[in-house]
Design a protein around this ligand. Structure first.
Ligand SMILES: [Zn+2]
Length: 254
């Protein structure tokens, strides 16, 4: 397997069956979730093709998929950019997230088992360690992964898909509007939530989730500054690697 597709952590290991666009998609998705890609960043097909060593067709497919999740905007004749939700859109996304998280929390309580709870606790511990050693990007992504894992516990695929999109859009909102330096999720609150789920205390779990999301929203600040818009800087860890050599997608290349 090529070096490029060995992910730097255990979040979503590359599978042999992954296509090139899966891999490009995953890298860009992670960069957005880790807030290394700022809202409004132009996603040049040419630059990304060069960085990942793949055709523009592959890049376009990955960007199309990201656009379906609302994290990338495709602009006719002007190319793709990382979405930059305005304040109204941000509030709408967060409102929807509260509703979905409520349903997820209820189902997670109903479906809880010791293995899933163990995975959740491990995620929160990893998240804590990342922030402790100053690895904010990975910590932020793990915060999002915690909420995705809850959605997996809910065992409802459409809800999981929707949650994935909402989490990445929330990450963009945080990148755009949060006062710098803070995690958008508190791992203490995550731990409390796990305890309530484990105890089967649905009312408490729902209250904790609602408070948790409220805290995220309270941290929004319209003066927040974004990260970098330099694609080569964001993906610099890939640039010394060789081009992708994985199963090619069946669609025609250009
Ligand atoms: Zn959280």
């Amino acid at each position: 397997m090529n070096e490029l597709i060995k992910r730097k952590d255990k979040a979503a290991p590359a599978e042999p069956s992954q296509t090139q666009d899966d891999i490009v998609y995953a890298h860009v998705f992670d960069a957005i979730l880790e807030q290394r890609l700022a809202p409004g960043t132009k996603l040049s097909e040419e630059a990304l093709g060069e960085i990942f060593g793949v055709s523009r067709t592959v890049i376009r497919r990955a960007l199309l998929r990201l656009s379906h999740e609302g994290v990338v905007q495709l602009r006719p004749n002007r190319g793709a950019v990382v979405s930059s939700p305005n304040v109204d859109e941000a509030r709408q996304i967060l409102f929807t997230r509260r509703i979905i998280e409520k349903a997820i929390t209820e189902l997670a309580v109903d479906n809880r088992n010791s293995e899933q709870l163990r995975v959740l606790r491990q995620m929160v511990e990893d998240e804590h360690q990342c922030f402790s050693r100053g690895d904010r990007g990975t910590g932020i992504r793990l915060s999002g992964e915690f909420h995705l894992q809850l959605a997996r516990m809910a065992a409802n695929q459409p809800m999981l898909n929707f949650q994935r999109s909402l989490i990445s859009q929330t990450s963009l909102i945080i990148a755009q509007f949060e006062a710098g330096g803070k995690s958008h999720c508190s791992y203490d609150e995550h731990m409390e939530l796990i305890a309530a789920i484990e105890a089967g205390d649905k009312a408490r779990a729902l209250k904790l989730m609602d408070d948790h999301l409220k805290h995220v929203e309270d941290k929004l600040n319209l003066d927040g500054e974004a990260a970098t818009d330099d694609l080569h800087a964001v993906f610099s860890h890939l640039l010394d690697k060789k081009p992708l050599k994985v199963k090619r997608s069946k669609l025609a290349e250009d």
